[in-house]
Design a binder for this molecule. Structure first.
Ligand code: ASP
Ligand code: MG
Length: 446
């Protein structure tokens, strides 16, 4: 191992998680190595190179039907070989590729991609990317070791989205990582994967590397969890649709959760739970613009309106049941239907005679039949939710007035104020949502 430069070892290391685009090319990976070499006591948690997890799943599915999976595997091998060549590092990936090939052969023989196999195969991307980053760090003169989260994070047997056993996990993380850090080593941990109760590889669900980052940060009592991505932070509006959208310097966990829920894809609420539980600040940063200040997400909350967001592809399910609505048990019967179908409900509005509920377009059809057994159901597809997020929104008497002035030319339905008191949501036609959201943005932020 190369002689490491001394890094400043704090007792509360920063956990820096790098997503798929941050690991997506040789250039990006060298950028990541530079960020990690910045002198902080740091644990890295990495995603697979961008697009790799999708390809791995396709690989498994193709093997299951005896398709030409070798071609997909070769594509993956070549893609990573090109990256390591460009980086000028030698990475011994032979054993990993061999293991992956054997897994595919097993799947082909079985003629079926069992859930545990799907998890095993889809987790190879992180095992590979972590090893590549380690070699780049060593080349830069640091001590670094690839750590397979199979040894750190323990779950049940719920393949596809393992549920973490935090007691066992926290202990393993502290025991494995702290000594490494004390000897000046940067641990590079695989995101996304863990060990199931039966000892198989398991995944934490798609996009699970953020969650891995938060789990590691929580276990180490980190001073900060950094989520390095390809945007400057969380914005007050979708920056792809509005050049005047600005990065929010600060946001509370609860506001971030509202934003994620209603369309902004930056931080998923489940993801940051372990960080919230230990009150660890989360910072969203841009690998490709590392000097930008980013967005800091903490427990603290400033009472102000933060952001407008929207979510397309929504259906309104209108449920009528003459006279029944106020009957005891009706609502619980209603929501049992949604629960049994594992459907998340976004917005709910009730009147004397009807209940309106919003769900993703694809979900509506799954419940109409069940609901029709005891009510009259009408589904409106092609809708969108617009959501104004910010603590203190409800104390701001002018906010509602301003909001409705901004959208007065549009058909607005299901206006609701989240029980969290941090959002006002309403539904409009999907075809109008961009225009409506922009009007709201102009009213509140320009
Ligand atoms: N590589 C995994 C995925 O694509 C996990 C992640 O990137 O967070 O879902
Ligand atoms: Mg990702």
């Amino acid at each position: 191992m190369a002689e490491g430069k001394e890094t400043n070892m704090g007792l509360r290391p920063v956990v820096a998680k790098f997503g798929g685009t941050s690991m997506g090319s040789a250039k990006a990976i060298s950028q990541v190595a530079d960020i990690l070499g910045g002198g902080q006591a740091v644990v890295a948690v990495v995603s697979a190179t961008s697009g790799t997890t999708d390809k791995l799943i396709l690989l498994g599915e193709t093997a299951a039907v005896s398709g030409n999976w070798q071609e997909i595997l070769n594509g993956l091998i070549e893609k990573h070989a090109a990256i390591t060549t460009e980086l000028g590092v030698q990475v011994n990936l032979k054993n990993l590729w061999k293991e992956l090939k054997e897994s595919c052969e097993q799947v082909q023989k079985k003629g079926e991609l069992e859930t545990y196999m799907k998890d095993r195969i889809s987790g190879f991307g992180e095992r590979i990317s972590s090893n590549i980053l380690v070699e780049v760090l060593k080349k830069n003169g640091f001590k670094a070791v690839a750590v397979d989260a199979y040894e750190l994070i323990f779950t049940d047997n719920n393949f596809g989205e393992g549920n973490v056993d935090f007691e066992k996990t926290n202990k393993a993380i502290a025991e494995k990582l702290l000594p490494m850090m004390k000897s000046g080593v940067i641990p590079v941990v695989t995101g996304f994967i863990a060990q199931s109760e039966m000892g198989e590889y398991i995944t934490l669900g798609r996009g699970g590397s953020d969650y891995s980052g938060a789990i590691v940060a929580g276990a180490l009592g980190s001073s900060e969890l950094q989520i390095w991505t390809d945007v400057d932070g969380i914005f007050n509006f979708d920056p792809r649709n509005e050049p005047r959208a600005k990065v929010l310097p600060k946001l509370s966990f609860k506001e971030a959760a509202e934003l994620a829920f209603f369309g902004a894809k930056v931080l998923h609420p489940k993801t940051i739970k372990p960080a919230i539980a230990k009150n660890i600040p989360v910072k969203i940063l841009n690998t490709f613009n590392p000097s930008a200040p980013g967005t800091l997400v903490t427990n603290e909350e400033e009472e102000s309106i933060k952001s407008v967001t929207y979510k397309k592809g929504i259906s309104i399910v209108n449920i009528c049941s003459a006279g029944m609505l106020t009957a005891p048990g009706f609502m619980s019967k209603l929501f049992q239907v949604f629960a049994r179908a594992h459907i998340d409900v976004d917005v709910v509005a009730t009147s004397e005679v009807s209940v309106s509920v919003t769900v993703d377009n694809g979900e509506a059809d799954k419940i109409v039949e069940q609901l029709s057994k005891f009510s009259t159901v009408r589904v409106e597809k092609g809708m969108a939710i617009v959501c104004l997020v910010g603590a203190g929104i409800i104390h701001d008497k002018l906010a509602l007035k301003d909001l409705f002035t901004a959208v007065e030319e549009h058909d607005v339905s299901m206006v609701s104020q989240g029980s969290s008191k941090r959002n006002i949501t309403f539904l409009v036609k999907e075809s109008e949502v961009q225009e409506v959201a922009k009007k709201v943005f102009n009213k509140f932020f320009i």
